[in-house]
Design a binder for this molecule. Structure first.
Ligand SMILES: [Zn+2]
Length: 479
């Protein structure tokens, strides 16, 4: 299998580089700037009761008069915030810090396909590869407590006004092997078939739909504006805090959308070749000068070479996009970004016995709420789930809110090894477990016992795959 390398776009790097530190700190540390120069706040790098950290807005630097932590700009701040002040000069943290900044600020992260190592791909080609845009999965909650109350009420109402379709129920029982009891307890729902009708029902019981992630105002060509919910067919996964309150929803699309690119033999965008995917039949129709030429069935990511008289004349690349999205209506009229933070997955047995997840002996850590729900059921321990790998600090918050003695990190194998390109040198970096390192360090610092779970990658990528296959992970103590 070919490893895919990604290189971060200059636009994304520049966004993080030129983001005023005060803007980042406000979002990350929940305070409101008072002055254009010195803002004294509680230092995130050491325990303290009165603020000795100065964030200088005009100079774009920070300095703590208590512990001495210091740096210039948002990237340096994020590196130290995530991996500690000792990581200040660690260049390998540069890209992950930019990703974390973008996620915090709800700014899209754009990667470009790295220059191919394939000799046929002309190296002299100066064209920019097609950018691939990621909508940030989520950001830390940026809402005031009173808004959160409104959101929690709306989230509860959402369960009331939606249902789980038989097809989704079958998926959850057959493929995810969840029991009916668990499915009911978790509150999985199907994305409403008529989103605007559903919004109307919701509006009857709420003062406003404004400020609720996912809802926005649509403008029809004719007639009045109306409220509706962004998204498409799939099932909704409630994201809960340690008190089992729903803080947001993730949803899994029934059919992933595909990104289709048509390239000429030089790797440039093709002028004559085009392709269209029929999402009903999953047939990809390849066209030449707008005329259908041939069709191929699509199941997964693939590259389809196009030739004429034995000569290569182009290539169609098909890549599925992320199946898991957050219920969010960022950038839409009167829309709201996702507010979900960590997800606490509580085993149904706990829920039945009304047992709180707070103060248990052992807690698991993984990525993604559905994966956490499945693992929590099988292992019968609560899980704190991170919304995304670069957002790992969020799940440490959830993990510590549970105040357990022991934590086991069950992250996918790709959390252990990611390949990225250093944008300055073009050098390929093997990022070894940066999220794992961060999570483990933060938990050890909090005085917790930490374990790392590992399994044979050939048996499955995620802990849910392993457990559903009837296998188990090996656990290694870190401290
Ligand atoms: Zn300090």
């Amino acid at each position: 299998m070919n490893a895919t390398y990604q290189t971060m776009s200059q636009e994304t790097i520049d966004f993080a580089k030129y983001l005023p530190l005060i803007d980042l700190a406000e979002r990350l540390l929940y305070f409101s700037r008072r002055k254009t120069s010195n803002n004294m706040i509680l230092c995130p790098f050491h325990e303290e009761k009165s603020g000795s950290m100065n964030i200088n807005a005009s100079g774009n630097f920070f300095k703590c008069h208590g512990c001495g932590a210091n740096g210039k700009g948002s990237i340096s701040f994020m590196i130290q915030y995530l991996w500690g002040t000792n990581a200040k000069e660690d260049k390998s943290k540069f890209i992950p810090a930019i990703e974390a900044i973008c996620e915090t600020m709800n700014h899209p992260i754009i990667y470009e396909d790295a220059p191919s190592t394939d000799q046929n791909h002309s190296k002299s080609s100066k064209t920019k590869p097609t950018p691939r845009t990621f909508t940030p999965s989520t950001s830390k909650p940026q809402v005031l407590p009173k808004d959160m109350k409104h959101i929690k009420k709306a989230n509860q109402l959402l369960l009331k006004h939606t249902q789980l379709s038989p097809a989704h129920f079958t998926h959850l029982t057959q493929i995810r092997k969840l029991t009916k009891e668990t499915i009911v307890a978790k509150g999985y729902r199907s994305f409403p078939e008529k989103p605007s009708h559903f919004a109307k029902e919701m509006a009857k019981e709420l003062p406003t739909l404004e400020g609720i992630p996912g809802f926005y105002q649509a403008t029809p060509k004719k007639g009045d504006k109306y409220w509706t919910l962004r998204g498409s067919a799939g099932f909704l996964i409630p994201v809960r805090n340690e008190h089992m309150e729903i803080t947001g929803f993730q949803y899994r699309l029934d059919k992933p959308r595909y990104k289709i690119t048509c390239l000429d033999p030089n790797g440039k965008e093709h002028k004559l070749l085009s392709a269209q995917l029929n999402y009903e039949t999953m047939e990809l129709c390849i066209k030449w000068s707008g005329e259908p030429s041939f069709s191929v069935p699509i199941k997964e990511a693939c590259e389809i070479p196009v030739s004429s008289n034995g000569k290569n004349i182009g290539m169609v690349k098909v890549k599925p996009m992320n199946k898991y999205l957050w219920l969010a209506s960022t950038d839409l009229e009167k829309g709201t970004p996702a507010t979900a933070s960590y997800h606490i997955a509580l085993p149904t047995s706990f829920q039945k016995e009304k047992k709180s997840p707070i103060g248990v002996k052992r807690v698991g850590i993984t990525e993604g709420p559905l994966k956490g729900d499945i693992a929590a059921e099988i292992l019968n321990i609560p899980f704190s789930c991170t919304p995304g790998l670069s957002n790992w600090k969020v799940c440490v918050e959830g993990a510590l809110a549970l105040n357990a003695d022991e934590y086991v990190i069950y992250l996918d194998s790709d959390a252990l090894m990611q390949k990225k390109i250093d944008y300055t040198t073009g050098e390929i970096l093997n990022e070894i477990g940066m999220a794992i390192e961060g999570i483990a360090k933060a938990l050890v610092q909090a005085g917790k016992k930490v374990f790392l779970a590992a399994w044979d990658q050939s048996e499955g990528k995620g802990i849910d795959d392993i457990l559903l296959a009837g296998r188990s992970a090996k656990i290694f103590p870190i401290n």
